[in-house]
Design a protein around this ligand. Sequence first.
Ligand SMILES: Nc1ncnc2c1ncn2[C@@H]1O[C@H](COP(=O)(O)OP(=O)(O)O)[C@@H](O)[C@H]1O
Ligand SMILES: O=C(OP(=O)(O)O)[C@H](O)COP(=O)(O)O
Length: 403
Amino acid sequence: MAVKTLKDLLDEGVEGRTVLVRSDLNVPLDNGTITDPGRIVASAPTISALAEAGAKVIVMAHLGRPKGEFDAALSLAPVAAKLGEVLGRNVQLAGDVVGQDALARSEGLTDGDVLLLENIRFDPRETSKDDAEREALAKALVELVDGEGAFVSDGFGVVHRKQASVYDIAKLLPHYAGNLVAAEVEVLQKLTQDSERPYAVVLGGSKVSDKLAVIEALAPKVDTLVIGGGMYYTFLAAQGISVGNSLCQEEMIGTCKELLERYADVIHIPQDVVIADSFSADAESETVSVMEIPDGWMGLDIGPRSVERFAAILSSAKTVFWNGPMGVFEFEKFAAGTKGVAEAIIEATGKGAFSVVGGGDSAAAVRQLGLPEDGFSHISTGGGASLEYLEGKTLPGIAALED
Ligand SMILES: Nc1ncnc2c1ncn2[C@@H]1O[C@H](COP(=O)(O)OP(=O)(O)O)[C@@H](O)[C@H]1O
Ligand SMILES: O=C(OP(=O)(O)O)[C@H](O)COP(=O)(O)O
Protein backbone atom coordinates (compact mmCIF):
# COMPACT_ATOMS: atom_id res chain seq x y z
CA MET A 1 0.00 0.00 0.00
CA ALA A 2 1.68 3.23 -1.16
CA VAL A 3 0.39 5.33 1.70
CA LYS A 4 1.85 6.99 4.75
CA THR A 5 1.50 4.97 7.92
CA LEU A 6 1.15 5.61 11.61
CA LYS A 7 4.90 5.19 11.95
CA ASP A 8 5.46 8.07 9.49
CA LEU A 9 3.15 10.26 11.56
CA LEU A 10 4.84 9.33 14.82
CA ASP A 11 8.24 10.05 13.22
CA GLU A 12 6.96 13.50 12.20
CA GLY A 13 5.91 14.05 15.82
CA VAL A 14 2.41 14.42 17.21
CA GLU A 15 2.98 16.13 20.53
CA GLY A 16 0.38 18.88 20.92
CA ARG A 17 -1.29 18.01 17.60
CA THR A 18 -4.92 16.95 17.29
CA VAL A 19 -5.21 13.62 15.49
CA LEU A 20 -8.61 12.48 14.23
CA VAL A 21 -8.75 8.67 14.15
CA ARG A 22 -11.51 6.72 12.36
CA SER A 23 -11.93 3.41 14.15
CA ASP A 24 -14.48 0.64 13.64
CA LEU A 25 -15.91 0.15 17.14
CA ASN A 26 -19.15 -1.39 15.84
CA VAL A 27 -19.40 -4.16 18.43
CA PRO A 28 -22.34 -6.48 19.09
CA LEU A 29 -24.57 -5.35 21.96
CA ASP A 30 -27.18 -7.20 23.99
CA ASN A 31 -29.38 -4.75 25.91
CA GLY A 32 -26.56 -2.22 26.10
CA THR A 33 -23.94 -4.79 27.13
CA ILE A 34 -21.04 -5.47 24.75
CA THR A 35 -21.04 -9.19 23.97
CA ASP A 36 -17.72 -9.19 22.10
CA PRO A 37 -15.15 -6.36 22.43
CA GLY A 38 -12.95 -7.70 19.57
CA ARG A 39 -13.06 -4.55 17.46
CA ILE A 40 -12.31 -2.32 20.47
CA VAL A 41 -9.32 -4.45 21.42
CA ALA A 42 -8.08 -4.45 17.79
CA SER A 43 -8.45 -0.64 17.55
CA ALA A 44 -6.66 0.14 20.81
CA PRO A 45 -3.00 -0.08 19.69
CA THR A 46 -3.23 2.81 17.20
CA ILE A 47 -5.11 5.05 19.64
CA SER A 48 -2.73 4.13 22.43
CA ALA A 49 0.39 4.82 20.35
CA LEU A 50 -0.91 8.30 19.48
CA ALA A 51 -1.91 9.16 23.03
CA GLU A 52 1.41 7.88 24.39
CA ALA A 53 3.23 10.08 21.88
CA GLY A 54 1.37 13.13 23.22
CA ALA A 55 -1.33 13.65 20.59
CA LYS A 56 -4.77 14.97 21.44
CA VAL A 57 -6.73 12.05 20.04
CA ILE A 58 -10.29 12.43 18.73
CA VAL A 59 -11.85 9.09 17.77
CA MET A 60 -14.70 8.89 15.25
CA ALA A 61 -16.77 5.68 15.15
CA HIS A 62 -20.25 4.35 14.44
CA LEU A 63 -22.53 1.80 16.06
CA GLY A 64 -25.17 0.03 13.97
CA ARG A 65 -27.18 1.87 11.38
CA PRO A 66 -29.07 4.76 13.03
CA LYS A 67 -31.22 6.84 10.73
CA GLY A 68 -29.14 10.02 10.90
CA GLU A 69 -30.48 11.09 14.28
CA PHE A 70 -29.82 10.46 17.98
CA ASP A 71 -30.87 6.97 19.09
CA ALA A 72 -30.11 6.17 22.74
CA ALA A 73 -29.87 2.44 21.99
CA LEU A 74 -26.98 3.15 19.61
CA SER A 75 -25.05 5.58 21.82
CA LEU A 76 -21.32 4.88 22.06
CA ALA A 77 -21.47 5.19 25.89
CA PRO A 78 -20.74 1.48 26.58
CA VAL A 79 -18.02 1.56 23.93
CA ALA A 80 -16.34 4.60 25.52
CA ALA A 81 -16.28 2.82 28.88
CA LYS A 82 -14.81 -0.36 27.37
CA LEU A 83 -12.27 1.56 25.29
CA GLY A 84 -11.10 3.35 28.43
CA GLU A 85 -10.73 0.02 30.20
CA VAL A 86 -8.76 -1.52 27.32
CA LEU A 87 -6.51 1.54 26.91
CA GLY A 88 -6.04 1.94 30.64
CA ARG A 89 -6.77 5.65 30.33
CA ASN A 90 -9.77 7.93 30.60
CA VAL A 91 -11.86 8.21 27.44
CA GLN A 92 -14.28 11.12 27.33
CA LEU A 93 -17.47 10.71 25.31
CA ALA A 94 -18.86 13.80 23.58
CA GLY A 95 -22.63 14.13 23.80
CA ASP A 96 -22.82 14.92 20.10
CA VAL A 97 -20.84 14.54 16.88
CA VAL A 98 -19.72 18.05 15.92
CA GLY A 99 -22.04 20.11 18.16
CA GLN A 100 -21.45 22.32 21.19
CA ASP A 101 -20.29 19.52 23.45
CA ALA A 102 -17.82 18.04 20.96
CA LEU A 103 -16.42 21.51 20.29
CA ALA A 104 -16.08 22.41 23.97
CA ARG A 105 -14.47 19.07 24.83
CA SER A 106 -12.06 19.22 21.91
CA GLU A 107 -10.97 22.72 22.99
CA GLY A 108 -10.28 21.38 26.48
CA LEU A 109 -8.07 18.48 25.35
CA THR A 110 -4.50 18.33 26.58
CA ASP A 111 -1.66 16.17 25.23
CA GLY A 112 -2.39 12.44 25.57
CA ASP A 113 -6.15 12.90 26.07
CA VAL A 114 -8.63 10.69 24.18
CA LEU A 115 -12.07 12.00 23.16
CA LEU A 116 -14.63 9.75 21.46
CA LEU A 117 -17.28 11.57 19.44
CA GLU A 118 -20.85 10.26 19.77
CA ASN A 119 -22.00 7.82 17.04
CA ILE A 120 -20.92 9.56 13.84
CA ARG A 121 -23.98 8.16 12.02
CA PHE A 122 -26.25 10.27 14.27
CA ASP A 123 -25.28 13.01 11.82
CA PRO A 124 -27.16 12.33 8.55
CA ARG A 125 -24.31 13.86 6.52
CA GLU A 126 -21.97 10.97 7.41
CA THR A 127 -23.69 8.49 5.10
CA SER A 128 -25.20 10.98 2.65
CA LYS A 129 -24.95 10.20 -1.08
CA ASP A 130 -24.56 13.95 -1.66
CA ASP A 131 -20.85 14.86 -1.86
CA ALA A 132 -21.44 18.42 -0.62
CA GLU A 133 -23.26 17.20 2.50
CA ARG A 134 -20.50 14.75 3.38
CA GLU A 135 -17.85 17.38 2.74
CA ALA A 136 -19.67 19.78 5.07
CA LEU A 137 -19.50 17.23 7.88
CA ALA A 138 -15.82 16.58 7.14
CA LYS A 139 -15.18 20.34 7.42
CA ALA A 140 -17.03 20.47 10.74
CA LEU A 141 -14.87 17.61 12.00
CA VAL A 142 -11.73 19.51 11.00
CA GLU A 143 -12.98 22.45 13.07
CA LEU A 144 -12.43 20.28 16.16
CA VAL A 145 -8.72 20.29 15.35
CA ASP A 146 -6.44 22.68 17.17
CA GLY A 147 -3.45 23.74 15.02
CA GLU A 148 -1.81 21.28 12.67
CA GLY A 149 -4.04 18.21 12.57
CA ALA A 150 -3.82 14.77 11.03
CA PHE A 151 -6.22 11.98 10.07
CA VAL A 152 -5.50 8.32 10.79
CA SER A 153 -7.69 5.77 9.06
CA ASP A 154 -7.84 2.69 11.27
CA GLY A 155 -11.41 1.44 10.84
CA PHE A 156 -10.76 -1.42 8.48
CA GLY A 157 -14.33 -2.74 8.76
CA VAL A 158 -15.63 0.49 7.27
CA VAL A 159 -13.07 1.32 4.53
CA HIS A 160 -15.53 0.10 1.88
CA ARG A 161 -17.90 2.93 2.79
CA LYS A 162 -17.66 6.30 1.01
CA GLN A 163 -18.57 8.22 4.15
CA ALA A 164 -17.49 11.57 5.58
CA SER A 165 -15.31 10.25 8.42
CA VAL A 166 -13.80 7.53 6.24
CA TYR A 167 -13.32 9.17 2.86
CA ASP A 168 -14.01 12.91 2.69
CA ILE A 169 -11.95 13.84 5.72
CA ALA A 170 -8.79 12.48 4.10
CA LYS A 171 -9.04 15.26 1.52
CA LEU A 172 -8.79 17.92 4.23
CA LEU A 173 -5.99 16.69 6.50
CA PRO A 174 -2.62 14.95 6.13
CA HIS A 175 -3.64 11.27 6.19
CA TYR A 176 -2.11 8.01 7.37
CA ALA A 177 -3.08 4.34 7.57
CA GLY A 178 -3.36 3.09 11.14
CA ASN A 179 -1.77 -0.16 12.27
CA LEU A 180 -4.99 -2.17 11.99
CA VAL A 181 -5.76 -1.08 8.42
CA ALA A 182 -2.16 -1.74 7.36
CA ALA A 183 -2.11 -5.20 8.97
CA GLU A 184 -5.49 -6.26 7.53
CA VAL A 185 -4.55 -5.19 4.00
CA GLU A 186 -1.28 -7.11 4.24
CA VAL A 187 -3.11 -10.36 5.06
CA LEU A 188 -5.78 -9.90 2.41
CA GLN A 189 -3.14 -9.22 -0.22
CA LYS A 190 -1.99 -12.79 0.35
CA LEU A 191 -5.48 -14.04 -0.53
CA THR A 192 -5.68 -12.06 -3.76
CA GLN A 193 -2.12 -12.57 -4.95
CA ASP A 194 -1.27 -16.19 -4.44
CA SER A 195 -4.28 -18.06 -3.18
CA GLU A 196 -3.72 -21.78 -3.39
CA ARG A 197 -6.52 -23.78 -5.02
CA PRO A 198 -9.14 -24.97 -4.31
CA TYR A 199 -10.28 -21.56 -3.02
CA ALA A 200 -13.55 -21.58 -1.06
CA VAL A 201 -15.56 -18.59 0.10
CA VAL A 202 -18.23 -19.15 2.76
CA LEU A 203 -20.90 -16.47 3.01
CA GLY A 204 -23.66 -15.97 5.53
CA GLY A 205 -24.94 -13.28 7.86
CA SER A 206 -27.77 -10.84 7.48
CA LYS A 207 -26.49 -7.99 5.29
CA VAL A 208 -28.19 -9.65 2.35
CA SER A 209 -28.50 -6.75 -0.08
CA ASP A 210 -24.81 -5.76 0.37
CA LYS A 211 -23.47 -9.23 -0.04
CA LEU A 212 -25.62 -10.66 -2.82
CA ALA A 213 -23.93 -8.08 -5.04
CA VAL A 214 -20.53 -9.37 -3.92
CA ILE A 215 -21.41 -12.93 -4.95
CA GLU A 216 -21.70 -11.83 -8.56
CA ALA A 217 -18.14 -10.54 -8.52
CA LEU A 218 -16.63 -13.37 -6.49
CA ALA A 219 -18.21 -16.37 -8.21
CA PRO A 220 -15.87 -16.28 -11.23
CA LYS A 221 -12.78 -15.90 -9.02
CA VAL A 222 -13.24 -18.88 -6.68
CA ASP A 223 -13.74 -22.64 -6.92
CA THR A 224 -16.47 -22.92 -4.33
CA LEU A 225 -19.03 -20.53 -2.85
CA VAL A 226 -20.82 -21.95 0.17
CA ILE A 227 -23.85 -19.89 1.09
CA GLY A 228 -25.69 -20.03 4.41
CA GLY A 229 -27.03 -17.60 7.04
CA GLY A 230 -29.65 -15.16 5.84
CA MET A 231 -28.16 -15.18 2.34
CA TYR A 232 -29.57 -18.26 0.72
CA TYR A 233 -33.32 -17.74 1.02
CA THR A 234 -33.23 -15.45 -2.00
CA PHE A 235 -31.59 -18.34 -3.90
CA LEU A 236 -34.36 -20.68 -2.70
CA ALA A 237 -36.98 -18.15 -3.79
CA ALA A 238 -35.19 -18.00 -7.17
CA GLN A 239 -35.90 -21.74 -7.49
CA GLY A 240 -39.56 -21.16 -6.77
CA ILE A 241 -39.29 -22.48 -3.19
CA SER A 242 -41.42 -20.82 -0.53
CA VAL A 243 -39.28 -19.28 2.26
CA GLY A 244 -41.99 -18.16 4.71
CA ASN A 245 -40.81 -15.21 6.81
CA SER A 246 -37.08 -15.86 6.23
CA LEU A 247 -34.82 -13.00 5.10
CA CYS A 248 -35.35 -12.59 1.36
CA GLN A 249 -34.32 -9.84 -1.04
CA GLU A 250 -37.18 -9.79 -3.55
CA GLU A 251 -35.45 -7.50 -6.06
CA MET A 252 -32.44 -9.84 -6.24
CA ILE A 253 -34.40 -12.99 -7.11
CA GLY A 254 -33.69 -12.57 -10.84
CA THR A 255 -29.95 -12.11 -10.18
CA CYS A 256 -29.87 -15.21 -7.96
CA LYS A 257 -31.58 -17.24 -10.67
CA GLU A 258 -28.93 -16.22 -13.20
CA LEU A 259 -26.13 -16.92 -10.70
CA LEU A 260 -27.48 -20.41 -10.01
CA GLU A 261 -27.58 -21.15 -13.74
CA ARG A 262 -24.15 -19.70 -14.54
CA TYR A 263 -22.27 -21.00 -11.52
CA ALA A 264 -24.09 -24.27 -10.82
CA ASP A 265 -20.77 -26.03 -10.07
CA VAL A 266 -19.49 -23.28 -7.80
CA ILE A 267 -22.46 -22.28 -5.65
CA HIS A 268 -23.57 -24.59 -2.84
CA ILE A 269 -26.68 -23.83 -0.81
CA PRO A 270 -28.18 -25.78 2.10
CA GLN A 271 -30.57 -28.70 1.74
CA ASP A 272 -32.02 -28.54 5.23
CA VAL A 273 -32.79 -25.71 7.58
CA VAL A 274 -33.66 -25.09 11.22
CA ILE A 275 -36.87 -23.08 11.23
CA ALA A 276 -38.50 -21.05 13.99
CA ASP A 277 -41.99 -19.67 14.60
CA SER A 278 -40.54 -16.34 15.77
CA PHE A 279 -37.22 -14.51 15.95
CA SER A 280 -36.37 -15.31 19.56
CA ALA A 281 -34.09 -17.48 21.68
CA ASP A 282 -37.00 -19.62 22.92
CA ALA A 283 -38.92 -19.89 19.64
CA GLU A 284 -40.48 -23.22 18.64
CA SER A 285 -37.98 -24.82 16.25
CA GLU A 286 -37.78 -27.72 13.83
CA THR A 287 -35.32 -29.09 11.29
CA VAL A 288 -36.87 -29.53 7.84
CA SER A 289 -35.90 -29.80 4.20
CA VAL A 290 -35.63 -26.40 2.50
CA MET A 291 -38.69 -27.43 0.48
CA GLU A 292 -40.82 -27.54 3.64
CA ILE A 293 -40.66 -24.06 5.20
CA PRO A 294 -44.25 -23.35 6.26
CA ASP A 295 -45.86 -19.92 5.92
CA GLY A 296 -45.24 -17.81 9.01
CA TRP A 297 -42.01 -19.65 9.93
CA MET A 298 -38.46 -18.49 9.24
CA GLY A 299 -35.11 -20.19 8.67
CA LEU A 300 -32.66 -19.27 11.43
CA ASP A 301 -29.91 -21.86 10.89
CA ILE A 302 -28.67 -24.38 8.35
CA GLY A 303 -29.48 -27.99 9.18
CA PRO A 304 -27.14 -30.89 10.06
CA ARG A 305 -27.18 -32.44 6.55
CA SER A 306 -26.02 -29.14 5.11
CA VAL A 307 -23.27 -28.83 7.73
CA GLU A 308 -22.05 -32.30 6.80
CA ARG A 309 -22.04 -31.49 3.10
CA PHE A 310 -20.35 -28.12 3.56
CA ALA A 311 -17.73 -29.71 5.83
CA ALA A 312 -16.94 -32.29 3.13
CA ILE A 313 -16.54 -29.54 0.52
CA LEU A 314 -14.34 -27.43 2.82
CA SER A 315 -12.12 -30.34 3.85
CA SER A 316 -10.21 -30.23 0.54
CA ALA A 317 -9.92 -26.42 0.33
CA LYS A 318 -6.46 -24.87 0.42
CA THR A 319 -7.70 -21.30 0.84
CA VAL A 320 -10.84 -20.35 2.75
CA PHE A 321 -12.45 -16.97 3.35
CA TRP A 322 -15.50 -16.96 5.63
CA ASN A 323 -17.81 -14.04 6.31
CA GLY A 324 -21.18 -14.18 8.01
CA PRO A 325 -22.58 -16.65 10.55
CA MET A 326 -24.55 -19.61 9.15
CA GLY A 327 -27.42 -18.87 11.51
CA VAL A 328 -28.54 -16.74 14.42
CA PHE A 329 -25.70 -18.06 16.60
CA GLU A 330 -26.60 -15.56 19.35
CA PHE A 331 -29.51 -17.94 20.18
CA GLU A 332 -28.23 -21.34 21.32
CA LYS A 333 -30.87 -23.25 19.34
CA PHE A 334 -29.59 -21.78 16.08
CA ALA A 335 -25.81 -21.89 16.67
CA ALA A 336 -24.98 -25.43 15.50
CA GLY A 337 -24.63 -24.56 11.80
CA THR A 338 -22.10 -21.79 12.48
CA LYS A 339 -20.19 -24.01 14.90
CA GLY A 340 -20.11 -26.95 12.47
CA VAL A 341 -18.88 -24.90 9.53
CA ALA A 342 -16.30 -23.10 11.70
CA GLU A 343 -15.01 -26.47 12.91
CA ALA A 344 -14.69 -27.65 9.30
CA ILE A 345 -12.62 -24.56 8.44
CA ILE A 346 -10.44 -25.12 11.51
CA GLU A 347 -9.90 -28.71 10.36
CA ALA A 348 -8.92 -27.56 6.87
CA THR A 349 -6.52 -25.04 8.44
CA GLY A 350 -4.98 -27.84 10.49
CA LYS A 351 -4.32 -29.67 7.21
CA GLY A 352 -2.47 -26.66 5.79
CA ALA A 353 -5.17 -24.41 4.33
CA PHE A 354 -4.84 -20.62 4.66
CA SER A 355 -8.05 -19.40 6.30
CA VAL A 356 -9.41 -15.96 7.05
CA VAL A 357 -12.57 -15.19 9.03
CA GLY A 358 -13.89 -11.67 8.50
CA GLY A 359 -16.65 -9.58 10.07
CA GLY A 360 -17.62 -8.31 13.48
CA ASP A 361 -20.26 -10.96 14.10
CA SER A 362 -18.32 -13.82 12.51
CA ALA A 363 -15.30 -13.08 14.71
CA ALA A 364 -17.62 -12.75 17.71
CA ALA A 365 -19.18 -16.13 16.84
CA VAL A 366 -15.76 -17.81 16.88
CA ARG A 367 -15.09 -16.53 20.38
CA GLN A 368 -18.61 -16.98 21.77
CA LEU A 369 -18.88 -20.56 20.54
CA GLY A 370 -15.63 -21.36 22.35
CA LEU A 371 -13.69 -22.09 19.17
CA PRO A 372 -9.92 -21.57 19.18
CA GLU A 373 -8.98 -18.24 17.58
CA ASP A 374 -5.65 -19.71 16.52
CA GLY A 375 -7.54 -22.38 14.59
CA PHE A 376 -7.74 -19.84 11.74
CA SER A 377 -4.82 -18.20 9.92
CA HIS A 378 -6.28 -14.74 10.49
CA ILE A 379 -9.36 -13.20 12.08
CA SER A 380 -10.23 -9.96 10.33
CA THR A 381 -12.30 -7.14 11.81
CA GLY A 382 -14.00 -6.45 8.46
CA GLY A 383 -16.58 -8.60 6.71
CA GLY A 384 -17.98 -6.47 3.90
CA ALA A 385 -14.66 -4.61 3.60
CA SER A 386 -12.71 -7.87 3.20
CA LEU A 387 -15.19 -9.19 0.65
CA GLU A 388 -14.98 -6.06 -1.46
CA TYR A 389 -11.19 -6.15 -1.23
CA LEU A 390 -11.19 -9.77 -2.44
CA GLU A 391 -13.53 -8.78 -5.25
CA GLY A 392 -10.81 -6.41 -6.42
CA LYS A 393 -12.94 -3.32 -5.87
CA THR A 394 -11.36 0.04 -5.03
CA LEU A 395 -12.14 0.72 -1.38
CA PRO A 396 -12.88 4.45 -0.91
CA GLY A 397 -11.28 4.59 2.54
CA ILE A 398 -8.03 3.17 1.17
CA ALA A 399 -8.04 5.04 -2.14
CA ALA A 400 -8.41 8.30 -0.17
CA LEU A 401 -5.16 7.53 1.66
CA GLU A 402 -3.32 7.02 -1.62
CA ASP A 403 -4.06 10.53 -2.93
N1 LIG B 1 -31.02 -17.02 8.81
C1 LIG B 1 -30.80 -15.86 9.40
N2 LIG B 1 -31.80 -14.98 9.59
C2 LIG B 1 -31.56 -13.79 10.20
N3 LIG B 1 -30.37 -13.39 10.65
C3 LIG B 1 -29.34 -14.23 10.48
C4 LIG B 1 -29.50 -15.50 9.85
N4 LIG B 1 -28.29 -16.10 9.84
C5 LIG B 1 -27.42 -15.26 10.44
N5 LIG B 1 -28.03 -14.13 10.84
C6 LIG B 1 -27.47 -12.99 11.58
O1 LIG B 1 -26.48 -12.36 10.83
C7 LIG B 1 -25.77 -11.50 11.70
C8 LIG B 1 -24.40 -11.21 11.18
O2 LIG B 1 -24.47 -10.74 9.86
P1 LIG B 1 -23.33 -9.81 9.20
O3 LIG B 1 -23.32 -8.47 9.83
O4 LIG B 1 -23.59 -9.88 7.73
O5 LIG B 1 -21.98 -10.58 9.58
P2 LIG B 1 -20.53 -10.01 9.91
O6 LIG B 1 -20.68 -8.96 11.00
O7 LIG B 1 -19.73 -11.17 10.35
O8 LIG B 1 -20.05 -9.38 8.64
C9 LIG B 1 -25.77 -12.21 13.03
O9 LIG B 1 -26.18 -11.30 14.03
C10 LIG B 1 -26.76 -13.38 12.86
O10 LIG B 1 -27.68 -13.48 13.91
O1 LIG C 1 -19.98 -4.24 10.91
C1 LIG C 1 -19.42 -3.82 9.90
O2 LIG C 1 -19.26 -4.55 8.78
P1 LIG C 1 -19.39 -6.17 8.61
O3 LIG C 1 -20.68 -6.61 9.25
O4 LIG C 1 -19.41 -6.35 7.12
O5 LIG C 1 -18.18 -6.76 9.23
C2 LIG C 1 -18.80 -2.45 9.84
O6 LIG C 1 -18.83 -1.80 11.10
C3 LIG C 1 -19.49 -1.61 8.77
O7 LIG C 1 -20.83 -1.39 9.11
P2 LIG C 1 -21.92 -1.12 7.94
O8 LIG C 1 -22.07 -2.38 7.13
O9 LIG C 1 -23.18 -0.73 8.67
O10 LIG C 1 -21.37 0.02 7.09
